[in-house]
Design a protein around this ligand. Structure first.
Ligand code: ADP
Length: 546
């Protein structure tokens, strides 16, 4: 018989995060650019107050535990309030990516069986179309005031958010329930097949917020001012709505304007010290700063993930702008914190060049995440920074499957989740991504990293885009070929491209051919659709040989 400890068994609920922030950091600001443009100033106490009014309103509309409430909205204070108002009553916040194709949005809303759809005004035409196709949606909430509802809006059961809030008593008390209850839902775009829903729980979300606030991860302090540029629908805004109330930091949201001019202005005006976004956003910002001579005076560090950070990007921020770049890796299925590129004591003591190289990797494992890397032979690979294999993860904020069993049983018999990424581990405990499982090229049973080939080929000044994919080979099963799109107005020759790889890779990694195309197939989220390329070029080597 287990001797149980005698400590209180309080459930870990998302409402406890906002209650903490309201009580302990109530006057700490929450600043958001509205969709109309002007900047709105509020505070954690205000987010709690309005979030609880939304909770009361949703209950009055008949929303109960487990019901899904979808949002089609940008990074605004109202959208942030939904994170608490919806999950706080045990309903599920389903953040939908408005940039997906219309058919995908319809598929997702129907699949999730959303009962309420909350949206920004600019999505009204889209929502009116969805309404005819998604019969489960019973109420529509426009994130605006009553006077903003257009006279010609055709939706039945359309409510103005501000009117709903005003109509409540304000006497709402956050309820207690099972911490394992579902809290929010995020579909991964996926490059093949239908989108799949990752269903977070209150427990996973609170533990993740604690995990992200442990020393050596984001290192956020109450004195920090943090701008979340990752859209709130993308892995729930990289969890900033949950991480920042715990830290007691000031939160700055860019609204719908993630372009450099608007963000640079907010960073300066609000004295932002840390910011989160994908590499594309930071690359565009660099261009803007170079063009205008503007600065990011107060910014101390940026957290970058989603795709790999290049050395050029990291160096430009550090050397030209005094901004430290912290690399991180994660996925929707990991809440999203997986690894973080901050130094351990050993790495901090390395000579500068070695340390720089080390911190460009995707990073080390924080408490709460476990990871194993398994080679083609099914055995864990050596942690020598060379051998690579498929990465598997485990932990209390890692998905155990997808909503409604989509994709079947995904865990291995020991409970590990397949990330679909391929990487190495080094002696310092740092992970480096070398590929995606489906993109790795298997030549004679040995693996070739498509990402390494692409990075080298992209360094060629005349190459705008490069993709390395496997093509069928009668002897080796698969051999790499490179597909490149030249910079507009330029032409590139096969020998030219392969020349840039010479001496930088093992001889047997050298692509068997280079195919030049005008454009590459892309996904809605701007990633190269490699599966399509692979299909198109699978017989390329056999055909060109005959
Ligand atoms: P998807 O893009 O498939 O919809 P996610 O947004 O969850 O899903 O993306 C997760 C994937 O993004 C990871 O599995 C990995 O391939 C890639 N990724 C995330 N961070 C990094 C990084 N720092 N470096 C390289 N790849 C990354």
């Amino acid at each position: 018989m287990t001797l149980h400890g005698l400590m209180q068994d309080e459930p870990l609920l998302i409402s406890s995060l906002i209650r903490h922030a309201a009580e302990q950091h109530g006057d700490r600001e929450v600043v958001a650019r509205t969709c109309e443009g002007p900047v709105h100033h509020s505070s954690w106490a205000e987010v709690e107050r309005r979030g609880s009014r939304l909770a009361e309103a949703l209950r009055a509309l008949g929303v109960g535990e487990g019901d899904r409430v979808a949002t089609l909205a940008w990074n605004t204070h109202r959208h942030l309030e939904c994170f608490y108002g919806v999950s706080g009553i045990g309903a599920v916040l389903h953040t939908v990516n408005p940039r997906l194709f219309e058919e995908q949005i319809e598929y997702i809303v129907r699949h999730a069986e959303d009962r309420v759809l909350v949206f920004d005004l600019e999505f009204l035409p889209l929502v009116e179309k969805l309404a005819t196709k998604c019969p489960d949606v019973q109420h529509f909430v426009l994130l605006a005031e009553g006077k903003d509802i257009p006279a010609d809006a055709t939706l039945a059961n359309l409510h103005a958010y501000e009117d709903l809030l005003t109509a409540q008593t304000g006497q709402f008390v956050w309820p207690d329930f099972d911490e394992r209850a579902a809290s929010s839902l995020c579909y991964t775009s996926g490059t093949t097949g239908n989108p799949k829903g990752v269903l977070y729980s209150h427990r996973s979300t609170v533990l993740h917020a604690l995990g992200a606030n442990q020393p050596g991860v984001f290192g956020l302090k109450p004195t920090d001012c943090v701008m979340g540029m990752a859209p709130l629908y993308h892995a729930n805004g990289w969890a900033m709505p949950y991480v920042l109330p715990l830290a007691g930091a000031k939160y700055v949201l860019p609204g719908s304007q993630i372009e450099p001019a608007a963000c640079q202005e907010l960073i300066e005006d609000e004295r932002v010290t840390a910011a989160f976004a994908v590499p594309t956003v930071w690359t565009m910002m660099l261009g803007y700063l170079a063009q205008t001579g503007k600065k990011l005076e107060t910014l101390e560090r940026t957290f970058i993930g989603g795709t790999a950070v290049s050395q050029a990007l990291r160096d430009a921020y550090r050397d030209d702008h005094g901004v430290e770049v912290v690399h991180l890796w994660g996925m929707t299925e990991t809440s999203p914190l997986g690894t973080i590129g901050t130094p351990t004591a050993r790495v901090a003591e390395l000579p500068k060049e070695a340390r720089d190289e080390q911190l460009l990797k995707q990073g080390r494992i924080p408490f709460g995440v476990k990871m194993k890397i398994v080679g083609g032979d099914g055995e864990e690979v050596k942690r020598d920074g060379e051998d690579f294999g498929a990465m598997w993860v485990k932990g209390p904020w890692i998905a155990s499957g997808y909503f409604k069993g989509e994709g079947g049983d995904v865990l291995d018999p020991d409970g590990w989740f397949p990330t679909g990424d391929v990487g190495t581990f080094d002696e310092f405990g740092y992970m480096k991504i070398t590929d995606r499982t489906k993109d790795v090229i298997k030549s004679g049973g040995e693996w070739i990293s498509s990402i390494d080939l692409e990075n080298l080929a992209s360094a060629h000044p005349k190459v705008q885009l490069a993709a390395a994919v496997a093509a069928y080979h009668p002897k080796w099963d698969e051999r790499p070929i490179l597909v490149v799109v030249p910079v507009p107005g330029e032409t590139v020759a096969k020998e030219d491209v392969l020349g840039t790889l010479e001496g930088k890779i093992a001889k047997w990694w050298m692509p068997d051919d280079v195919v030049v195309l005008d454009e590459l197939p892309m996904t809605a989220t701007g990633k190269i659709r490699k599966a399509t390329l692979r299909e198109q070029l699978w017989n390329h080597l056999v055909e060109s040989a005959s």
